[in-house]
Design a protein around this ligand. Structure first.
Ligand SMILES: *[C@@H]1O[C@H](CO)[C@@H](O)[C@H](O)[C@H]1NC(C)=O
Ligand SMILES: *[C@@H]1O[C@H](CO)[C@@H](O)[C@H](O)[C@H]1NC(C)=O
Ligand SMILES: *[C@@H]1O[C@H](CO)[C@@H](O)[C@H](O)[C@H]1NC(C)=O
Ligand SMILES: *[C@@H]1O[C@H](CO)[C@@H](O)[C@H](O)[C@H]1NC(C)=O
Length: 295
């Protein structure tokens, strides 16, 4: 290299260094300027940790044709929430059987996206509950900590429900209203079909294990307890009495008067029963005055 070549070489090295430095500076600048507008991964973790809301899926097992009743239940659950838990309510039924269902239920899905259609023929004690739990891990777009199976004649109060679950184990849990009516021992017999909860690990177990698959038929609530017993599962159990019960006067010792700490009232078959429950829990109390209506 002669003197001239050497100078040119050094100059180009210099400009390269300046170029690299500018690029680095520019990158730092972008990151710096952007950061106030973006949540960094570490603060996202903090947000998650501090809220620590757990997830509950409530599947209301019902029939495709009960459009008006679904609409009513949607209102009841649509106006409830809990700061403790993220709670999704979905309506679960078997295969559609009539042409109009394909249109009317597609309409509901379009508007509410809260329908689950299982691959079964409509039934109560011939495997629908098994199909429900065992399908979930495959079909749900997200995980939940707990999955509930609920009847469509039960009123569930979401905030007391979440509060009762918050201190309980997140795994190997079987929660509900233990039968017989007067029993307080959740390790004997089974949780009433009005509404019982399984932790997610048990839902996965039902999906994978042979025992539930083999014993699909029979009273659905009894069968769930049977699976858990045979599989030596659900070491954690919780019977929520007196907060869960049958509507006053409808079912002997499973019934009692409405009480403020209620989580679930079951056997609501008539409008006068529903309205008495809603009135008791002050559900419509905050309605504002308006010229548009009068009571
Ligand atoms: C539904 O189940 C039947 C067996 O009972 C099976 O042949 C069919 O492929 C399933 N359909 C869907 C959509 O999963
Ligand atoms: C339910 O419908 C699906 C899709 O049409 C069909 O593949 C399946 O065989 C039906 N299952 C039953 C049990 O009728
Ligand atoms: C409903 O509201 C009334 C009046 O504020 C109150 O006394 C009662 O305890 C409330 N009921 C429940 C179940 O919270
Ligand atoms: C009643 O009015 C208050 C204040 O305007 C409003 O925040 C609230 O949502 C209203 N309640 C209902 C049930 O419309």
């Amino acid at each position: 290299m002669n003197m001239k070549q050497r100078t040119i070489f050094l100059i180009s090295l210099n400009s390269l260094a300046i170029l690299v430095a500018s690029v680095i500076f520019f990158l730092i600048f972008i990151v710096h300027v952007k950061s106030p507008f973006e949540v960094s991964p570490s603060s996202m973790l903090e947000l998650k940790g501090s809220s620590a809301r757990f997830g509950i899926l409530i599947g209301v097992l019902t029939r495709a044709d009960l459009y008006a009743h679904r609409h009513f239940l949607r209102m009841l659950y649509g106006i409830q929430s809990s700061p403790l838990a993220e709670i999704d309510v979905k309506f679960v039924f078997c295969n559609l059987t009539k042409p109009e269902q394909r249109i009317l239920i597609a309409l509901e899905i379009q508007r509410f996206n809260d329908i689950v259609i299982l691959n079964c023929t409509e039934n109560m004690n011939s495997g629908k509950t098994h199909m429900y739990f065992s399908s979930l891990p495959r079909i749900l777009p997200r995980l939940y900590n707990y999955v509930m199976k609920a009847d469509d004649d039960v009123y569930i109060r979401l905030e007391p429900l979440a509060r009762s679950l918050a201190p309980l184990p997140r795994s190997d849990l079987y929660y509900g209203f233990v039968i017989p009516c007067n029993s307080m021992n959740p390790f004997v017999e089974y949780m009433s079909g009005m509404g019982y909860i399984l932790s997610w690990d048990l839902v996965e177990w039902i999906a994978d294990a042979d025992i539930p698959e083999f014993y699909r038929y029979g009273s659905e609530d009894k069968m769930v307890a049977q699976w858990l017993k045979m599989g030596n599962k659900a070491k954690n159990r919780f019977t929520n009495k007196p907060a869960m019960y049958d509507y006053p006067g409808t079912n002997g010792r499973c019934s009692h008067e409405l009480i403020p700490e209620t989580v679930a009232v079951h056997r609501l078959k008539r409008w006068d029963q529903w309205s008495r429950v809603l009135e008791y829990f002050n559900v419509t109390r905050q309605i504002n005055d308006s010229k548009l209506y009068h009571f």
